[in-house]
Design a protein around this ligand. Structure first.
Ligand SMILES: Nc1ncnc2c1ncn2[C@@H]1O[C@H](COP(=O)(O)OP(=O)(O)O)[C@@H](O)[C@H]1O
Ligand SMILES: Cc1cn([C@H]2C[C@H](O)[C@@H](COP(=O)(O)OP(=O)(O)O)O2)c(=O)[nH]c1=O
Length: 198
């Protein structure tokens, strides 16, 4: 079973991915907890190319290829072997992030879907979109004091567009995507997620 978590920056995806992995392990199910971009050694190296340095370094198409290269490496090296063993895989982001973020940054959605079919060819079995108002995610970050930068860099409007992008994707993939209200304490959100497991 391959599960992904999606949502705007700071919505609590990583927290929920970790809590779900812990819950599954407590039930005796082996779990691979992974994140994107990254997860495997090679994909973490690609992540450094994406997140470090000048944000204008890559064109939209090159950036898309780097996200896909990182994903392919993580899939080949870690995710596919785990699924083949029968383990559960919980990933903090997957191709839905590329569909939403690269489209929001002026990328081409047709190109994303074509590359997904060609080089990834694996969708999660189940995707949780952790939904919340960007203003609420920002307030959490300000309380913590270190998320402000990303929101300031990208702007609240960007996060609103990303949120709307996820809502549209949930309509495109109703069999796979579940939208979960993330505006509650982490344990309450985790219980909402668990209630939607098959
Ligand atoms: N339900 C929640 N309520 C309050 N704070 C939360 C909640 N979930 C996560 N956080 C905190 O908000 C920050 C961002 O959470 P994180 O899980 O890293 O989000 P993301 O992976 O979506 O960026 C972290 O400091 C985390 O401890
Ligand atoms: C996986 C992926 C992430 N991203 C972006 C979303 C995030 O702004 C950034 C880093 O993701 P991430 O480390 O998940 O940040 P956060 O935990 O704050 O959400 O990369 C893409 O633009 N495309 C992708 O395919």
């Amino acid at each position: 079973m391959f599960i992904s978590f999606e949502g705007i920056d700071g919505c609590g995806k990583s927290t929920q991915a970790r809590l779900l992995a812990r819950h599954l392990e407590a039930q005796g199910r082996p779990v691979l907890l992974t994140r994107e971009p990254g997860g495997s050694e090679g994909a973490e190296a690609v992540r450094a190319l994406l997140v470090e340095g000048d944000p204008g370094r890559w064109s939209p198409v090159t950036e898309l290829l780097l996200y896909m290269a990182a994903r392919r490496d993580n899939l080949e090296r870690r995710i596919a072997p785990a699924l083949a063993r029968g383990d559960w895989v919980v990933s903090d982001r997957w191709t839905d992030s590329t569909r939403v973020y690269q489209a929001t940054r002026g990328g081409d959605r047709v190109m994303v879907d074509a590359l997904q079919d060609l080089v990834i060819a694996r969708e999660p079995d189940l995707t949780f979109v952790i939904d919340m108002e960007p203003e609420r995610a920002l307030a959490r970050g300000l309380a913590r004091g270190h998320e402000e930068d990303r929101f300031e860099q990208l702007g609240l409007d960007f996060q609103h567009t990303v949120r709307a992008g996820y809502a549209a994707l949930a309509r495109d993939y109703p069999d796979r995507i579940r939208v979960v209200d993330g505006d509650a304490d982490a344990d309450t959100v985790a219980a909402r997620v668990r209630a939607l497991l098959p």
